[in-house]
Design a protein around this ligand. Structure first.
Ligand SMILES: Nc1ncnc2c1ncn2[C@@H]1O[C@H](COP(=O)(O)OP(=O)(O)OP(=O)(O)O)[C@@H](O)[C@H]1O
Length: 358
C-alpha cells in the first residue's frame, strides 16, 4: 500500500512542529525518517499511525483518505523502542494475541492461529523460544518478538519508532541487517524513525531527512550520502570538513589559497563574488607536499593507521575545526607523512553551497 501526505501542518501550542510536509511512500518500500532529536520524526510517524492528528493537510493510504480515521481503523502495525510485551504471557501467546482479540467474524480458527504464529516465530528465527516468557529473553529477542506480534495481524503499513534504540551497538547492527532481509520477504510498506545515519543508510530503500519540522531531502541512501542537496544534509549524514570562502572567477578562494572549481565534479555552478562554503568528505581530500590547486595548508597533528584505512588529523588556519583526511594504507605508506609535518590539502571533489552577495 502506498501512502501520500499532502500539505501537512502540526502545531503544539505556539510551537510549529511540522511545516507543510508533502511526501509519498511507495508500496513495499522501507523508508527511514532521519533527523536530529526534536525535528518532528516521531510526530509525523504518529500522525501517519492515527495516534496523533494534524492541524491541516491530508493522509491517503493508496487512494483512501484516512486523515480522520483512528489508529485501529487504519490497519497499521507498530513497533516502538520500549515496546512492552505482555509479561504474563508466553512468547507464543504474545504473538497470537492480536489474532485472538479480533471480532468473532474476522477471527481465524485455532488451527489457523497456530499455523500463523508458528510461521511468524520461524520468520523472526525464534520458534525455539515459543514457550519462554518475555523476562527470559534478551533485548534483541524481545524486539524481534514485538515485530512478530505486530506482523501477526497482517498490517499493510508497518511503523517502527527507533525500534532498536535501547539496544547496544552490536545487537543493533545485527537487528538492522535482519530487518533489511526480513523486509524483502514481507509485503508491507514500512516507515522507521531513526536519528542514526548509519542505520538509515544501511537499512532503508529511501531516506527522508528532516530538520526543524521540514523535509530537507528525499532520496535513495546513496544519493543522500554522495549528493546531499543542502548544507544541513551534508553535515548530518557522514563526516565532513567545512571551509568558508568566496568565489572569484571560477575559483574558490580561502585566505591566500585559490582552488580552481572543476564543473565536472561539482554540482553547483560558481557565481562570481559570492561567499561560499565548501563541504568536503575526509576521503575526498588529498594531502600533498605541493601547493598546486590547494585549498589550505596545515600541520599534521595525529595519524591513526590501525585499521584498514589511515585517518589523518590536520590543524589549519583555513578551518575552525581540525580537518580529517582518510587515505588508503597504500597511499599512506608511499607518502610516509609524519606528525608535525606541514602539508597542503587539495580536494578531489567538493560540495559547494553559496550565499547571495557578500
Ligand atoms: N505532545 C506534545 N506537546 C508539546 N510538544 C510536543 C509534543 N510532542 C512533541 N512535541 C515537540 O515537537 C517537537 C518534535 O517532537 P518529535 O517527538 O516529533 O521529535 P523527534 O524528531 O522524533 O525527536 P526524538 O528523536 O528526540 O524523538 C519537539 O520539539 C517536541 O518537544
Amino acid at each position: 500500500m502506498s501512502i501520500k501526505i499532502e500539505n501537512l501542518e502540526k502545531h503544539f501550542g505556539s510551537f510549529h512542529a511540522l511545516k507543510n510536509i508533502n511526501l509519498q511512500f511507495k508500496q513495499n518500500q522501507l523508508t527511514a525518517l532521519l533527523g536530529p532529536s526534536g525535528c518532528g520524526k516521531t510526530t509525523l510517524l504518529r500522525i501517519i499511525a492515527g495516534l496523533e492528528f494534524a492541524d491541516s493537510g491530508k493522509i491517503l493510504f493508496e487512494h483512501r483518505d484516512v486523515t480522520d480515521l483512528s489508529a485501529k481503523d487504519r490497519g497499521v502495525g507498530f513497533v516502538f523502542q520500549h515496546y512492552a510485551l505482555f509479561q504474563n504471557m508466553t512468547v507464543y501467546d504474545n504473538v497470537a494475541f492480536g489474532l485472538r482479540v479480533k471480532p468473532r467474524k474476522e477471527r481465524p480458527s485455532k488451527e489457523e492461529i497456530q499455523q500463523k504464529v508458528t510461521a511468524l516465530l520461524k520468520l523472526v528465527k525464534l520458534d525455539w523460544l515459543a514457550n519462554a516468557y518475555p523476562n527470559q529473553l534478551s533485548g534483541g529477542q524481545r524486539q524481534r518478538i514485538a515485530l512478530a506480534r505486530s506482523l501477526a495481524v497482517q498490517p499493510k503499513v508497518l511503523l517502527l519508532d527507533e525500534p532498536f534504540g535501547a539496544l547496544d551497538a552490536q545487537v543493533r547492527k545485527e537487528l538492522r541487517r535482519w530487518l533489511r532481509d526480513l523486509h524483502q520477504e514481507l509485503n508491507v510498506t514500512s516507515i522507521f524513525v531513526t536519528h542514526d545515519q548509519d542505520e538509515a543508510l544501511d537499512v532503508s530503500d529511501r531516506i527522508v531527512v528532516m530538520n526543524q519540522g521540514q523535509i530537507e531531502q528525499i532520496d535513495e541512501p546513496n544519493q543522500i550520502y554522495h549528493a546531499p542537496q543542502t548544507p544541513f544534509v551534508t553535515q548530518f549524514v557522514g563526516d565532513v570538513n567545512i571551509f568558508h570562502g568566496h568565489i572569484d572567477e571560477g575559483n574558490l578562494v580561502i585566505g591566500e589559497f585559490s582552488h580552481k572549481i572543476d564543473p565536472a565534479t561539482n554540482t553547483t555552478q560558481p557565481v562570481n563574488n559570492q561567499s561560499a562554503t565548501a563541504y568536503i568528505r575526509p576521503y575526498e581530500l588529498t594531502i600533498s607536499r605541493h601547493a598546486d590547486n590547494a585549498l589550505a595548508t596545515g600541520k599534521i597533528t595525529h595519524i591513526n593507521a590501525i585499521g584498514f584505512i589511515v585517518r589523518i588529523e590536520i590543524e589549519s588556519a583555513q578551518s575552525d575545526q581540525p580537518i580529517e583526511v582518510i587515505l588508503t594504507k597504500a597511499a599512506y605508506s608511499q607518502s610516509q607523512y609524519k606528525v608535525n609535518e606541514q602539508i597542503y590539502l587539495v580536494p578531489d571533489k567538493l560540495n559547494l553551497f553559496q550565499q547571495m552577495n557578500i
